[in-house]
Design a protein around this ligand. Structure first.
Ligand code: GTP
Ligand code: MG
Length: 347
């Protein structure tokens, strides 16, 4: 098996309570340090990062895996955990094919952990749970980047017991919220049981397991959803409207279907009449970099889903975060305008 050209990149949203480690987890996966650049280390926007399959396989430490997986990579969406950002969390949840709910194993469930579960339930999004910050358990002996079980087996009996206690509190909380779950290596059927993975975003322990489970889930349960018409008209959701020096008003968006090209006519959701404009530039962040903090965009002539991009075009001032962006042709323009108008009513 090899990467299948007709499968789009699955979108994986990371959700959870403030400070439980969403951005740190993505920093570990992409080998970056976004958290340290954030004001007060609080995420205030939705972000997106494309992680190619080669990088994921590299993290898992088994090059043979490259032949086992056929998705081109994973597009990770970071959301803010602060309570003020419910809309952004919902938007991320709505876009996602899969989600990771992160909970600090030492703190347990908090209001936004529960809110994230509700959002995912509402959108019927399959998800897994990670119990983060295991390295903070008293007496923990860190094993950088190791799979969870390899690390667990290296801990003293006392530390293992301590982890088990905290871990089963997380399982208990999930049960209280209507989800049956177990440690991921004991889950036979991820469709009926939620897998929970102990990890540390700081030391990378458990992250190989998380990536393997995500890829496995993406392939097993989503393959039929991920087939797409690569040449079909691009469809996306606006994450943010931003002024950029030299470019004027731009929009950051997640393209989740089809293709978008420089020069395409697009229709963009707005509080007034949908905006009709022509794409002046398609700007792509570097692979493995966070669109929110990226400063070195590359101009490209076209992009295919799923991907986070910035576009520059005239008249984007009234564009609405959370609204849709659709590519139109002269034949489809009227229908597309109506679609975008009705989608804005749902934002
Ligand atoms: P918001 O975006 O504001 O919702 O927070 P977040 O969930 O993205 O949390 P973030 O990644 O910013 O981490 C919060 C703090 O926890 C930072 O100081 C991190 O360094 C720390 N942290 C995250 N993961 C771990 C971990 O696995 N172990 C330890 N020891 N600290 C961690
Ligand atoms: Mg964050």
């Amino acid at each position: 098996m090899a990467v299948n050209e007709n499968l789009r990149t699955p979108i994986v949203c990371v959700m959870g309570h403030v400070d439980h480690g969403k951005t740190s987890l993505l920093d570990n996966i992409r080998g970056s340090a976004v958290v340290s650049g954030e004001a007060g280390a609080i995420t205030q926007h939705i972000g997106a990062t494309e992680v190619p399959i080669e990088s994921i396989v590299d993290k898992c430490g088994d090059p043979g895996l490259l032949n086992k997986f056929i998705v081109p990579g994973l597009l990770f969406i970071d959301t803010p955990g602060h309570h003020a950002f419910t809309t952004l969390r919902s938007r991320g949840g709505a876009l996602a094919d899969l989600a990771v709910v992160i909970v600090d194993i030492n703190e347990g469930f908090k209001p936004q952990t529960i809110e994230s579960l509700h959002i995912l339930k509402q959108h019927k999004t399959p998800f897994i749970v990670v119990a983060n910050k295991i390295d903070k358990i008293h007496g923990w002996n860190p094993q950088k980047g190791a799979p969870f079980l390899a690390s667990y087996n290296k801990q003293s009996e006392h530390v293992r017991a301590s982890l088990d206690t905290k871990f089963y509190e997380v399982i208990g909380e999930l049960y209280n919220h209507g989800f049956s779950s177990d440690r991921y290596d004991r889950v036979a059927d991820f469709q009926h049981n939620i897998g929970v993975i102990p990890i540390s975003a700081m030391t990378g322990e458990g992250i190989p397991d998380l990536l393997m489970v995500l890829l496995g889930l993406a392939q097993r349960f989503l393959e039929s959803n991920l087939h797409y018409d690569a040449e079909g008209p691009g469809v996306g959701t606006v994450l943010e409207v931003k002024e950029e020096r030299g470019l004027g008003t731009t929009i950051d968006l997640i393209l989740y279907d089809g293709t978008l090209r420089k020069g395409d006519t697009i229709v963009v959701g707005s509080l007034g009449e949908p905006i009709q404009t022509k794409v002046r530039a398609v700007l792509k962040p570097r692979v493995l970099s966070e669109i929110n903090v990226e400063d070195k965009f590359k101009q490209v002539s076209k992009v295919t889903a799923a991907i986070g991009i910035k576009i520059s075009a005239p008249n984007l001032d009234g564009a609405l975060s959370g609204g849709s962006v659709r590519v139109a042709t002269p034949e489809t323009l009227d229908t597309v305008v109506e679609e975008v108008r009705s989608e804005v009513e749902d934002v």
